[in-house]
Design a protein around this ligand. Structure first.
Ligand code: ACO
Length: 403
């Protein structure tokens, strides 16, 4: 806490907390993290149990409504999500406006923001029914938007959703089906995709979620808020880390080069960091990373990929780093992004799609957090203060007199 006695007047006491390392911005009932113990709970349920036994849409229901659905509620929820999987046909033209080589995250940010131009009714945030429709629309349309961003970037025709398939199978089909041949979804891979979505569904007040809440605190419509969240997620210190982690593993290339990279990560004169390592909240093993590692092994086994050199590098790197004094002392453990890149690549996604998949899954967390904020009667517009360190008051001089 610092006393902001500026040269103007004493404006009182503020907390100065760059990066909000010890500032709670809200109350929330959605997700609990114990970073020291490596615990993550969605509405009280351990992530390990949900990832093992649940499915993604059930997780969406849990995050949105606060309870797991009954069998009938689950069926109805699946029905209402599948009802909204199509995107307006004119969105086709929106895609066509992007350069062929546009990053799919850039396309996603634009298309999601543009949804508010197509679904005006959902921009009325004062109506609880419309808030729920907006939430379901976001969850349902995101796979279609993401798959189309992918198809556009590889020059293939868009594949429309098939509502007889479950959420993740439909998504894989929209990504990998081509008109000339029948695409059969592999149930093991669809299950792995679903689990990856569950692991990314929410993570309390991370940078992108805080962005969504801050944007929403002004009363902005939910599509605009989610577009802001996607833009924030794209950064390499946040959702972009899975892409960066895979690039790093490729750069390392073989186990004998690991010590060189560990030394670089420890060197304060070198900006290099071990991507996929460290976390603001987890000072223990990220529980999602453990499940991701297991999912990675399952996917590679299903695809018959033996001895993936990148997986070998990753496992050896983890082993060495976990025994290295620097990483032990700073409590730097693998985070979810460390193994997700290898898994997603094996599923057939290029690195540019990794953060898109993260955004797809995190949409439910963003929208649940947005709803919780809008429905909180004590909610105020977010407006941090600052410590002003600039010039003191001075008088304007016409340019001819400035020397
Ligand atoms: N490699 C090497 N050193 C590291 C790493 C790393 N990956 N992460 C942190 N450190 C060091 C820092 O240099 C710093 O050292 P110092 O105390 O000597 O200055 C110390 O550990 C603390 O690091 P901060 O950056 O202050 O910690 P912060 O909580 O702000 O950052 C972050 C967390 C951004 C995740 C960081 O660990 C990082 O950059 N990791 C790599 C990127 C990454 O994997 N991001 C994914 C996060 S998970 C997610 O978004 C889903």
């Amino acid at each position: 806490v610092v006393n902001i006695a500026s040269f103007y007047k004493d404006t009182g006491m503020f907390t100065y907390d760059p990066g909000f390392t010890s500032t709670a911005s809200c109350e929330s009932k959605i997700t609990y993290i114990d970073g020291d113990a490596g615990v993550l709970l969605y509405r009280g349920y351990p992530i390990e149990q949900i990832a093992e036994q649940g499915d993604f849409l059930e997780t969406c229901y849990l995050l949105l409504y606060g309870e797991l659905p009954t069998f009938q509620q689950h069926q109805e929820f699946v029905k209402s999500v599948t009802y909204h999987t199509m995107i307006h046909e004119q969105m086709n033209r929106f895609y066509a406006g992007f350069r062929r080589d546009a990053h799919p995250m850039a396309i996603m940010t634009g298309c999601v923001g543009a949804l508010s131009a197509f679904y005006h009714d959902s921009t009325d945030i004062s109506d609880p029914h419309q808030r729920m429709i907006a939430s379901i629309r976001m969850i349902a349309k995101m796979p279609t938007i993401a798959a189309w961003a992918f198809k556009y970037s590889i020059g293939q025709p868009f594949v429309y959703p098939r509502n007889d398939l479950d959420f993740s199978a439909n998504f894989l089909r929209m990504c990998f089906s081509v008109p000339c041949e029948e695409y059969k979804v592999n149930p093991v891979l669809a299950r792995a995709m679903d689990r990856i979505f569950i692991l990314h569904a929410d993570h309390e007040q991370n940078a992108s979620t805080s962005t969504v809440r801050l944007a929403g605190s002004s009363g902005a419509n939910p599509f605009a808020c989610i577009a802001a969240g996607i833009a924030c997620l794209w950064g390499p210190a946040h959702g972009g880390a899975n892409e960066a982690a895979l690039n790093m593993l490729e750069q390392i290339g073989s186990a004998d080069r690991i010590p060189e990279f560990i030394d670089r990560a420890k060197d304060k004169n070198d900006p290099f960091r071990l991507m996929g390592f460290g976390h603001r909240v987890y000072k223990n093993y990220d529980p999602r990373a453990r499940i991701m590692q297991k999912t990675c092994h399952e996917v590679l086994a299903e695809l018959g990929i033996k001895d993936d050199p990148l997986l070998e590098v990753a496992m050896e790197l983890e082993k060495l780093a976990l025994h290295d004094e620097y990483f032990v002392e700073k409590k730097l453990y693998p985070n979810i992004d460390f193994y997700s890149g290898i898994t997603l690549r094996a599923l057939g996604f290029p690195t540019t799609m990794f953060t898109v998949l993260f955004a797809l899954a995190r949409t439910v967390g963003w929208i649940a957090q947005w709803k919780e904020m809008v429905e909180d009667p004590s909610q105020k517009i977010g407006r941090p203060r600052q410590l002003y360190t600039g010039a003191k008051r001075r008088d304007y001089l016409p340019s001819a007199q400035r020397g």
